[in-house]
Write a protein of this length. Structure first.
Length: 126
């Protein structure tokens, strides 16, 4: 009769540990990041606005869907005015005046409207 392989219990333990670690990761993943439909717009927001306005819920909550549309209209005219004279806003004003903003406008607006304070789809529990 063959003796049991001494490496076996260690292998089983390692496997168990890996499974446990894996489950831990699965549980941790959704926390912190909001589940949104407009993911590209969210990326634009996170890059241009979140440093000062938070991760999304806070930011979007600043206005209603209609107000966001207006704020971003006419090349971000109102939004630029709101940031003029505020501290450290040179970069965001430069962004709003750039062709890059024109390109990103539609998706950014969609994202902001998703989180607007009159939106029905605000993901509150994440
Ligand atoms: C460097 C920091 C900074 C960045 C980046 C920034 N903001 Fe602001 N924002 C401010 C400050 C400061 C104010 C004026 C004070 C206030 O109303 O909170 C403001 C005001 C606003 C307001 C008016 C809020 C109100 O209560 O009337 C809106 C809307 C807004 N920002 C949206 C945005 C969006 C959208 C972006 C990204 C494109 C952005 N901000 C990027 C600092 C920033």
């Amino acid at each position: 009769m063959r003796l049991p392989d001494p490496a076996r219990p260690t292998l089983v333990l390692s496997a168990l540990l890996l499974i446990l670690l894996g489950l831990g990761n699965l549980e941790a993943r959704p926390r912190g990041k909001h589940v949104v439909k407009e993911k590209i717009g969210q990326r634009y927001y996170l890059r241009a606005c979140s440093a000062c306005h938070g991760a999304g819920k806070l930011g979007g909550n600043m206005a209603t869907q209609a107000e966001w549309k207006e704020l971003l209209a006419h090349h971000g005219k109102e939004l630029i005015e709101l940031h003029e004279g505020e501290e450290n806003t040179t970069a965001v004003i430069r962004y709003l005046k750039s062709p890059q903003f024109e390109k990103e406008h539609d998706r950014l607006l969609k994202f902001l409207q998703e989180f607007a304070n009159d939106s029905e789809s605000i993901p509150t529990c994440y």
